[in-house]
Design a protein around this ligand. Structure first.
Ligand code: FES
Ligand code: MG
Length: 591
């Protein structure tokens, strides 16, 4: 704890450095031109950035434009000076080819801002899927005091008396549209009903997952993540967040003090309990790598797999964001886990300076239908499995969304209850899938395993959320609603398909998926954690050689400069999809 001697603030190097009056004057004068005074900038007040991820292009986070006013009030009330700045927009539903391509771009530009400007601390406005990891990754690299503020989920969606959840309603209604049960107009109405207010996806998709995990990691004030965007409590926590970051600067409480290995272990456990998205391992592994904390997909299975699913939110369950908030949000989940001694590190420090266990131990679970107890969970063993084999070195399966139907059809061979096997239909990217899936000549039936490749961080720059593939229309009409899917892309957190995804290395990096041919047989053993191609090693070796001679797995051309730059240096999904050259730059504000 440093107290607040003037020279401990890094902003003083810009604004109050008598050793270099020329530069000080130059730095200072332009910040006066809209009304700040010399006294403010030279009185040793912490200067606090507000990293603004909201804009008209980013409707999920757009409400942060309003909330930032309350953040500013809090910063000023605590004796700081707010300086708000824009972050490169990342709108999950609006960016082509995929918003994930922009996570690393927003990360890079935010690192430059946090490092290169006179900021003593920062409020990271988070929300829509990739905004949360981009901000936490940047804070990790620079390591100035930082606190995250969720924009909060949208209100619950309703249609004819039923909850309609973001994304999940699209997957469900698309099937009904395919089956001819609803028409185009009703389909559009249904989907629109799931977005009734400002805020991010109200399901347990990637956004609710990552915002909950930002709190689980200790980077938000307790209880912050689940507050719906339009609620008054959202404005109030914004004010408290602004106040708190000024104190964090005075205490010199940095991201590396909060996001420790212990905090990540807590986050993995909490991710299982909330039924978090399969995008979480990608993003948390990325944040950890930028901090120099060891974390990989084996940790996710080891620490997370046994943990039961407690939070009854769509897609795994039935409720939505408002229900989650009213039941008690992340603190109530943590309390339930602690009661059962399942939280590994209750002492891990959070943004308010107290341990997460301390913050949550006296919290009440206000609705045990929405947040179950460990004694009566929604599902046992809700964490991810990390699969390996000749198909890939690592791929994730979210077992909590495996349907009873799927279990029955694929996992109930009494001789081998945890394994399934079948011929594959191989698709090279989403366009190829849409082109071929409904063609009966492809011969896809209820025993087929669907393969999506060319959809990883290199093949489809950023990695496409396309592994959850719908069966052909003719199978859906026969009542087959899901086929097992395996792929090197990602899957939307709002989807409930039994998929094996994030396969690393991807086909474009010459992983095993590149060698598959339609009609090959594949065998997956969930108990052993294996996924193998049932083709001889000689044959696979010959295929690899032929493919290499043909110049490797073919993927589409770059469309923008950033696509080319990112493809040239991006790591695989299992390794967080980070920019490889960036990892060596750690805690740069201290170096
Ligand atoms: Fe932005 Fe889901 S699309 S949070
Ligand atoms: Mg998504």
């Amino acid at each position: 704890m440093t107290g607040n001697s003037r020279k401990t603030l890094r902003s003083q190097e810009w604004f109050d450095n008598p050793d270099n009056p020329g530069m000080t004057a130059l730095y200072l004068e332009r910040y006066l031109n809209y009304g700040l005074t010399r006294e403010e900038l030279q009185s040793g007040k912490p200067i606090i950035g507000i990293a603004q991820t909201g804009s008209d292009l980013s409707p999920c986070n757009r409400h942060h434009i309003e909330l930032a006013k309350r953040v500013r009030d809090g910063i000023v009330a605590a004796g700081g000076i707010p300086l708000e700045f824009p972050v490169h927009p990342i709108q999950e539903t609006g960016k082509r080819p995929t918003a994930a391509l922009d996570r690393n771009l927003a990360y890079l530009s935010t690192v430059e801002v946090l490092y290169g400007y006179p900021l003593d601390g920062v409020v990271l406005t988070i929300g829509c899927d990739k905004t949360t990891p981009a901000m936490l990754m940047a804070a990790a690299t620079v390591n100035i005091p930082a606190i995250a503020l969720s924009v909060g989920p949208m209100l619950n969606g309703w249609h004819r008396g039923e909850r309609t959840g973001s994304g999940t309603i699209v997957w469900k209604s698309r099937e009904r549209l395919s089956a001819g049960e609803i028409d185009y107009e009703e389909f559009m109405d249904l989907v629109a009903s799931s977005a009734p207010s400002v805020g991010y996806c109200n399901t347990m998709g990637t956004a609710t997952t990552m915002n909950s995990l930002a709190e689980a990691l200790g980077m938000q004030l307790p209880g912050s993540a689940a507050i719906p965007a339009p609620y008054r409590e959202r404005g109030q926590i914004s004010y408290e967040t602004g106040r708190r970051i000024v104190e964090m600067v005075r205490e010199d409480l940095k991201p590396s003090d909060i996001m420790t290995r212990e905090a990540f272990e807590n986050a993995i456990v909490i991710n299982s309990a909330i039924g978090g998205s399969t995008n979480a391992p990608i993003h948390l592994n990325a944040i950890a790598r930028h901090l120099g904390v060891g974390l990989d997909n084996d940790d996710w299975q080891k620490i997370g797999h046994e943990i039961p699913l407690l939070v009854n939110l769509q897609p795994a369950g039935e409720y939505l964001g408002e229900d989650y908030f009213h039941a008690g949000g992340v603190p109530a989940v943590v309390m339930e886990l602690m009661k059962a001694k399942l939280l590994p590190n209750p002492d891990a420090i959070t943004a308010n300076g107290r341990g997460i266990g301390d913050n949550c131990k006296d919290v009440e679970n206000l609705n045990e239908n929405v947040i179950r107890t460990v004694a009566s969970p929604l599902k046992e063993h809700a964490g991810f499995i990390n699969l390996k084999g000749s198909l890939f070195d690592s791929a994730i399966m979210k077992t909590s969304v495996i349907s009873p139907e799927f279990r029955e059809r694929y996992l109930s061979n009494p001789d081998d209850p945890e394994a399934f096997e079948g011929p594959v239909a191989v698709f090279d990217g989403p366009e190829d899938y849409h082109h071929r899936i409904d063609d009966p000549a492809e011969g896809i039936d209820e025993g087929t395993i669907l393969i999506m490749r060319g959809a990883g961080p290199i093949g489809y720059p950023g990695g496409a959320e396309v592994v959850n593939m719908q069966p052909p229309d003719y199978l859906i009409k026969r009542g087959v609603h899901a086929l097992p899917c395996i792929g090197d892309g990602r899957q939307s957190g709002t989807s409930g398909s039994p998929s094996i995804l994030n396969a690393s290395p991807e086909a474009a990096a010459m992983g095993g998926l590149a060698l598959l041919k339609t009609g090959d047989r594949v065998r997956v053993d969930l108990r052993k954690g294996e996924a193998n191609i049932l083709v001889s090693d000689e044959e696979l070796g010959a295929r690899r050689k032929a493919l290499e001679e043909a110049g490797g797995y073919h993927y589409p051309d770059h469309q923008t400069p950033w696509q080319e730059i990112q493809r040239s240096m991006v790591d695989q999904l299992a390794n967080g999809m980070i920019l490889k050259p960036a990892v060596k730059y750690q805690k740069i504000a201290q170096s």
